[in-house]
Design a protein around this ligand. Structure first.
Ligand code: GLN
Length: 532
């Protein structure tokens, strides 16, 4: 079959969950045996979110091929259990960069370079790139932002053109909100009508409308929306609030969203989607036998999205262990030597989060010390691992003032130091050690217990590394390098041998955790916390 293109746009407000909706639809199509991929188009001018503060757009997600991407790609991978790549996330910055590079090369042969057709052509090229060679039956593309935003206009225009070019092989799903007015006790469809009108002004007639709502819509509302927005009643789909995002695929199945999509493409829906593994995960997730409390020590704790992949990894690892993981965020700047036992004493496990810069470092070091001295299960991720190393150097090896050169360039003991290949880099965007690298795991360690493999592959995003000049002293005193890069010997994981479970990893295990393949390291950490 020829590749079919599905576009998802959003209206009325942001944060309606376009990412989850598109991932859920893709999941249903995948569960029917189709090959699918999901792409996100982001209307901002940054080339990628790598240079964005997490307060802006939440976590920066990293793919195998080292692309720094929008956190929605994390949802796509967690739902589909398939890796994404640079091609799955395109920003306005990237589009313009590529057009401007072409202009400088003279590719436009003296023509005036304009939004239409040059920018829209570049957008269309990036969408169709994924459908090339018939690799996928369905390419689903999420248009970031909300219809009506000035910066989304070129994307909507590209969708309009593609709908025209591709005819029956393209469709648009528009996600909107039906608010409930408490005072009058009514659900309101006007914002949806206006939002569809805005799309129509731009020449795009949506094929399916998905309505986010807190209350059941009932037939009346569906009929009304269908009438006002030129869609069939069957194509008005309700998306009611659910306790977990992982239930959305099942809700969309109940609404027969996948069937409606297939019918609109003129395809015959075969047997029901196979969601056995998915529902068995959900069953475990919703019926935990015990509860554990873990704290995440970080500095972006006001914003849950800043640590999205970590929180989701705990959902996956909790289900495997049939327990509920209560994850509390503790601000590292609130932790001091005096209050650490008060703040962290009640937890079954401590996680020190990734991060950059020196803000909140002291509190993170206290958290690592507390976990080490009190035999509390500990997982340090990236900066969290580096913190564990600094703490061990200062308090066990007695290296006074030991530090990472990220925090103190002139420390006497640079136990964490800039990687050789990072020296001389001045550009900040896309220049870290990024993407998947192999790691050799030492047998007889907690790390090996978790992965049960001698060679693993995990994703990275950092500039600094463990300074192996000090490795011997660390190992003689009980902190062991348990994971190393097979080619460069870079230390990728450390643990404390005589501790219950104390592991620090330079890589980000959270990026690889999916519903069907939870991260072995998170599973191991949760297990250790359970037996505290
Ligand atoms: N700032 C540290 C580095 O660049 C850690 C990065 C991270 O936690 N992702 O090495």
């Amino acid at each position: 079959m020829s590749t079919k293109y599905i576009f998802v746009t959003g209206g009325v407000t942001s944060s309606l969950g376009k990412g989850i909706l598109i991932a859920s639809l893709a999941k249903l199509l995948q569960a029917r045996g189709y090959s699918v991929t999901i792409q996100k188009l982001d209307p901002y001018i940054n080339v990628d979110p790598g240079t964005l503060n997490p307060y802006e757009h939440g976590e920066c997600y990293v793919t195998d091929d080292g692309a720094e991407t929008d956190l929605d790609l994390g949802h796509y991978e967690r739902f589909l259990n398939k890796p994404t790549s640079q091609a799955n996330n395109v920003t306005t910055g990237r589009i313009y960069q590529s057009v401007i590079n072409k202009e400088r090369r003279g590719d436009y042969l003296g023509k005036t370079v304009q939004i239409i057709p040059h920018i829209t052509d570049e957008i269309k090229r990036n969408i169709k790139l994924l459908g090339r060679k018939g690799k996928y039956d369905f390419v689903l593309t999420e248009i970031g932002g909300t219809v009506g935003d000035m910066e989304s206009l070129p994307y909507i225009e590209a969708v309009r053109q593609l709908k025209w070019e591709l005819g029956k092989s393209a469709m648009v799903i528009h996600l909107t909100l039906v608010p409930f007015l408490n005072a009058s006790g009514e659900l309101k469809t006007k914002p949806t009508q206006h939002s569809v009108k805005l799309l129509l002004e731009n020449g795009v007639q949506p094929d399916i409308l998905v309505l986010r709502t807190e209350h059941d819509l009932g037939e009346g509302i569906r009929k009304k929306v269908a009438l006002f927005c030129n869609v069939e009643e069957k194509s008005v789909v309700q998306s009611i609030d659910v306790p977990t995002i992982y239930e959305v695929p099942l809700k969309m199945k109940d609404e027969e969203l996948d069937v409606t999509v297939l019918n609109k493409f003129g395809m015959i829906p075969g047997k029901e989607p196979n969601l056995e593994a998915w529902t068995s995960f959900l069953k475990k997730h919703k019926n935990p036998k015990q509860t554990i409390n873990i704290c995440l020590v970080g500095k972006y704790v006001e914003l849950a999205d800043a640590y999205k992949s970590i929180t989701e990894s705990f959902v996956h690892a909790g289900a495997v262990n049939e327990c509920k993981v209560n994850l509390d965020y503790v601000h590292s700047e609130d932790i001091t030597n005096l209050n650490v036992s008060n703040l962290l004493g009640k937890y079954d496990g401590i996680l020190v989060a990734p991060g950059f810069g020196h803000r909140g470092i002291k509190g993170k070091i206290e958290a690592a010390r507390y976990a080490r001295e009190n035999n509390v299960p500990f997982l340090g991720i990236c900066l969290g691992m580096q913190i564990a190393v600094i703490e061990f150097a200062r308090n066990v090896l007695r290296f006074e003032g030991a530090d990472s050169t990220e925090m103190n360039e002139v420390t006497k003991y640079p136990v964490i130091d800039l990687m050789e290949e990072q020296k001389g880099i001045t550009n900040m965007g896309g220049t870290m050690r990024l993407g998947a690298f192999a790691c050799k795991v030492k047998k007889g360690t907690k790390l090996y217990d978790a992965y049960k493999k001698e060679t693993i592959s995990e994703r990275h995003r950092h500039r600094y590394e463990f300074n192996d000049k000090y490795l011997k002293e660390f190992e003689e005193n009980g902190m062991i390098a348990v994971g190393q890069n097979p080619e460069t010997n870079l230390v990728e994981a450390v643990e404390i041998a005589n501790h219950k479970w104390f592991v620090g990893v330079q890589y980000h295990p959270e990026y690889r955790s999916t519903v069907l393949k939870p991260s072995p390291l998170f599973v191991g950490f949760v297990k250790a916390c359970l037996s505290k």
